[in-house]
Design a protein around this ligand. Sequence first.
Ligand code: HEM
Length: 511
Amino acid sequence: MHFSDAIQQLLDLRVFLISFLICLCVYEFYDWWNVKMSSLMNLPPGPWGLPGVGCIPYLFLASYRTGLPLSEPHLLLTHLTESYGKVYSMYVGSKLLVFLNSYSSIRDAFQNRFISDRPYSNIVEKLGGKGEGINLSSGSPWIEQRRFTLRAFSRFGLGKRRFEDQVLMEAGVLVSECFKYGGKAFNPDILFPKATSNVLCSVIFGKRFDYDEPKFERLLHISKRQIEIIGTGVVALYVPLVKYFQGDITQELVAITTEQREELNKFITEHKENFDPDNLDSYLDVYLSEIEKSKENGTESEVNEDNLICTIREIFGAGTESSASTMGWLMLHMMEYPEVQTRVHQELDAVVGRNRMPRMSDKPDLVYTHATILEVQRIQSIGPLGFPHLSSQKTSIGDFEIPAGTIVVPNVWAIDHDPDVWPDPWRFDPNRFISEDGGIFREEEVIPFSLGRRVCLGENLAKMELFLFFSHLLHQFTIKKVDKMTKLDFKGVVGSTYSPRPFEMIADKRE
Ligand code: HEM
């Protein structure tokens, strides 16, 4: 070996040792700082992390040790309650996350106005365009958009009898589409998103689309893809580094979102041509009339065309797949538990009879049918980790302090499967929602729509849709497995909702 090579190697070794010592010091300092800060701040308990990556290595290790896959994070996060309790915290990447695993902690946190923002994400930002919308916005733009949308919904009768007729009509179309299969096997995922999306088209545009209209099919495909991409991109919310490795999916997201925005623009332009300010019949009508008013008054407002497109896109995104997935889970449970299905059939026959279809006014008497929907929502946890909130300033949850900028995650799965709350939580049993006097009880403890200040804006609409679609299908059909021996898959796909894997069913006409 040459003398110069030996010097070089020595230098390399020195560089390595010095770097190692610096890392050690930073780590020690970071650890000391964390301990110092949390003892000063009384953060919720939780595992310690490493500088920069936080608890990511710990999560990998915990997943390996327990066999609970990181692809279904709600399972591992529920398991961690055994070590850290119902409210715990950890650094994931550089962000502090607090996980809430009990109903009372979610209720307290989500009623707190300082835990009502949304965390920033580079991937969801690509969806926004120039507008801020409702679902992903924070602060006063969020308050203004949310208030306006709620007012607009009630102005044209959402949740009222008039709107029920539109949902009933869509339920009728869904039933006739199922008849078209003539008792042959089909994948219901072809139908449910069309039905749920068409209800939203009635809300937003005041019109519905034929199921086979190519433009409608394309918009649905885009909406579904957006949800899948956001699902895979969610990790970048917590680990900013990940965004540098997401090239392809962000490009695809930008491309399909631009296409979606252009299509929505075309609908809006067409709609404007027939706009009648004296006859406000849809969300779009109310929004356009508000924009006109702001222009006339010369006032600056969040109600503008950029936000219009953004909120329309969000309402489709939030309301199509979530309701369609719930319908999918309902069908799977009817196939797996024919005895439950028989009881729903018997109840429908006794209360509604065979000569008419169910209506919302039948709901108080269709107790078992209602309880079956609640039990499916509980056992499948359609949004297992809900939607994250962000603290806008230092605040508290129970006795714990929460610093500004903390991401607060509701672990809905943990509540839905907590044996202290729901005895034998893995048993599918609608009766757990029926009280001794024969009514529904404990409904408020099932929180697929979340609760508090950011509670789902479409909760009432979604409840109406689920009840009418489910009761209409069961009034007309017996839902059966394609083959009695088929083992159904109750493990879902984790995206922004927990949806069933593709499956086939038979809708057998009832006499
Ligand atoms: C079964 C169906 C549905 C489920 C399970 C569901 C669930 C949720 C959840 C968990 C949130 C987040 C709440 C939070 O941040 O704490 C949410 C927000 C939202 N949902 Fe739904 N949703 C459903 C249907 C709908 C429908 C039909 C609409 C259409 C009107 C809709 C519109 C929205 C909007 C606009 C938000 C954002 C609210 C905000 O950030 O202030 N959802 N939904």
